[in-house]
Ligand binder design. Structure first.
Ligand code: F0G
Length: 352
């Protein structure tokens, strides 16, 4: 039986005899071949579907490790700032480990599914008028003076847990892909993947990918080389103007001979709709930044024909139903008559 990341990758993680082996059976997510998009783009494209983690995002990988270490070190409470997914994961793993979770979120800028999760898992939810960057600054200050463990990705155990996704990609493909495409928000995940690819290569000779990270254009601090005071994007997960792991992300880009570029909200929404409608994979808007970037890089030659590309789909589309409904022309035909339905189907099918 698969028992989660701490057991699965024990010897690659900072686990001691005193680390509680908590688990919601996170990790072990599918690498889905995207047949339609591969054909259209002329590459071998896969989606690493992190939306199938227990709380619906990649955050579970880092959170299981960070919460286990916090408990090992005696914490009774954890705290994080979040655009939504981190708070859902923190709340779930805190419950699992028997500690309390405080989550600080930007008022009105968190997708409905994520808020619902924090509520139902029983977190203490604090909403602030500012954005994620301000929330992160606040919790960093608070964790200095209060008896709470900070579980944002500035906590190094988070990246340790998250690097396991790179291990899985190598195991699933047999080696690293040519390109790993990934959304960039606070920049922890791109840094974690790069660490994971390097460690797995050192042990197993699985080679190294080029890391292609993508920020939303209205929040593209690394691309522009400056802090964005008022970040804006439809992809609220990555609405971050001062990434905490900025330097690590640049190192991942440079060491791997990759790129960090930006994608517009229009490119994000286009990719978001395409992967659902063409390949049957529903991801959240922030996750679609990786695919939007792949499409852009195929066009401008930064990805070459025939290359193997893994796009990380960081979160599940169900997290943000409002965006799904607003991003498409919803066509629901109201019918109560069986004959009317029959005709509707008959006409439709005859056109196929
Ligand atoms: N994709 C999703 C769905 C996310 O929730 C996040 C970050 C990212 C990508 C970016 O990852 O920050 O490691 O570069 N969400 C954080 C949160 C900030 O609070 O849930 P990153």
């Amino acid at each position: 039986m698969y028992e989660g990341l701490l057991k699965q990758y024990k010897e690659y993680l900072p686990i001691t005899d005193n680390t509680p082996m908590i688990s919601l059976a996170e990790g072990n997510t599918p690498l889905i071949p995207l047949h339609s998009l591969s054909k259209e783009l002329g590459i071998n494209l896969y989606g690493k579907y992190e939306g199938l983690n227990p709380t619906g995002s990649f955050k579970d990988r880092g959170m299981v490790m960070a919460v286990a270490k916090a408990v090992e070190e005696g914490a009774k409470a954890i705290v994080c700032a979040s655009t939504g997914n981190t708070s859902a994961a923190a709340a779930a793993y805190a419950t699992r480990a028997g500690v309390k979770a405080y989550v600080v979120i930007p008022d009105g800028k968190i997708a409905m599914g994520k808020l619902a999760q924090a509520i139902i898992y029983g977190a203490d939810i604090i909403s602030i008028p500012g954005n994620f960057d301000e929330a992160l600054k606040a919790v960093r200050d608070i964790a200095e003076t209060e008896a709470v463990a900070l579980v944002n990705s500035v906590n190094p155990y988070r990246l340790e847990g998250q690097k396991t996704a790179a291990f899985e990609v190598c195991e699933q493909l047999g080696q690293a892909p040519d390109v790993l495409a990934i959304p960039v928000g606070n920049a922890g995940n791109i840094s974690a993947y790069w660490k994971g690819f390097k460690e797995w290569h050192d042990k197993k000779g699985t080679l190294l990918p080029r890391m292609h990270g993508f920020e939303a254009e209205g929040a593209a601090a690394i691309v522009k080389g400056e802090v964005i005071e008022q970040p804006e994007t439809i992809a609220t997960a990555i609405r971050i103007g001062n990434p905490a792991s900025w330097t690590l992300a640049e190192a991942a880009r440079d060491e791997s001979k990759g790129h960090i570029d930006s994608v517009t909200d229009e490119e994000i929404l286009n990719a978001y709709r395409k992967v659902a409608a063409q390949d049957g994979v529903f991801v959240e808007p922030g996750s679609a930044a990786s695919l939007a970037g792949v499409i852009q890089h195929v066009k401008n030659g930064k990805i070459k024909p025939g290359e193997t590309v893994v796009a990380v789909f960081t979160g599940n589309g169900l997290k943000d139903p409002d965006t799904a409904i607003n991003a498409t022309d919803v066509k629901i035909s109201k019918m109560s008559d069986l004959e009317e339905m029959r005709l509707h189907l008959r006409n439709g099918v005859s056109e196929l």
